[in-house]
Design a protein around this ligand. Structure first.
Ligand code: 3PG
Length: 304
């Protein structure tokens, strides 16, 4: 089978070499790295059977150009970059690799917390994480990892996730919360780890942002689309204690600069950019494809 690894933001060479080793004589691995145009991807998929991507956009045009495509694996967690409907219409299986890069994202969340609590390391007095109340929005793989690390810092951890049983959080020493409002109004630091789906786009809006504590730190290592940026700007102007740290540069980045050390965004998405996460996600993606072709295993399928 022809398997295309298409990554605008390439995996590390260690990860790519492991993929080459894994496919060996059985399958063919084709690389398309650092490509510039969507048309490059559309051309590259023409005769492939499987596609591995990161945040690369698997649009209807890409799917339509790929006559032999049977499976797409998003090597990572969020699959908002894949047109699921187009894939389903063609009976193409779409999978992600949940949990494989979550520790890397969680560690970055903690790093952003410290960076903002210390006023982006500008001279002056910052604050510690120890003893602070941390609220985690969504208790998936990343949220759970953030909770574990934060407890090591001596933080008081709570979480809101209507899809996770309270007993799971309680078992981790995390207090389950009953509502989004309780989460955002009652914590000193909030780690946002929700996926970008229709119900969450712009869901962090005025209703929530107006009720934040005075000196709250918001950390978004999820997606920029989940925050209403106009409401965020207004909230940060009104409540001059709010700090915002993001692994995804918001569209209003230039305007956010007015907040100085109260704002920081990574220039590119860095959450999963560790050697370990690259290897874990890339190898899992390829193994899932090989398993799918050999046994029909669809365990991590995300489309119908
Ligand atoms: C994910 O959804 O897995 C993370 O956001 C990482 O995305 P990336 O592989 O594009 O860095």
């Amino acid at each position: 089978m022809k398997i295309l690894l298409a990554t605008q933001k390439p995996f590390s060479s260690v990860a790519v070499n492991q993929l080459k080793e894994l496919v060996k004589a059985k399958h063919e691995l084709i690389l398309l790295e650092k490509y510039r145009e969507q048309s490059d991807l559309e051309n590259a998929v023409k005769d492939v059977d499987a596609l591995i991507v990161r945040s690369d956009k698997v649009t209807a045009e890409v799917v339509n150009a790929a006559a032999n495509l049977k499976i797409v694996v998003r090597a990572g967690a969020g699959y908002d970059n894949v047109d699921l409907q187009s894939c389903s219409d063609r009976k193409i299986v779409v999978m992600n690799t949940p949990g494989q890069n979550s520790n890397a994202v969680a560690e970055l969340s903690m790093g952003l917390m410290i960076f903002l609590a210390r006023n982006t390391f500008l001279p002056g007095t910052g604050s510690e994480l120890k003893g602070k109340k941390l609220g985690i929005h969504a208790y998936g793989n990343v949220g759970k990892s953030v909770a574990g690390i934060a407890k090591g810092f001596g933080m008081e951890v709570s979480a809101f996730d209507p899809f996770v049983d309270d007993s799971v959080m309680i078992g981790d020493g995390v207090t389950p919360l009953k509502s989004v409002n309780e989460l955002y109004s009652g914590n000193d630091i909030i780690s946002i780890n929700i996926p970008a789906i229709s119900s969450t786009i712009k869901s962090i809006n005025r209703d929530i942002l107006d009720n934040l504590k005075e000196n709250v730190i918001l950390i978004n290592t999820a997606r920029k689309e989940i925050i209403d940026e106009v409401d965020l700007l207004n909230a940060m102007r009104r409540n001059t204690g709010i700090k915002y740290g993001a692994d995804v540069m918001p569209d209003c980045h230039e305007k956010m600069k007015e907040f100085g050390a109260r704002y920081f965004a990574t220039p590119k998405k860095m959450g999963a950019e560790t050697e370990e996460a690259n290897v874990n996600a890339a190898v899992a993606a390829l193994n899932q494809i090989i398993d799918f072709f050999e046994t029909g295993n669809e365990r991590f399928r995300v489309n119908k």
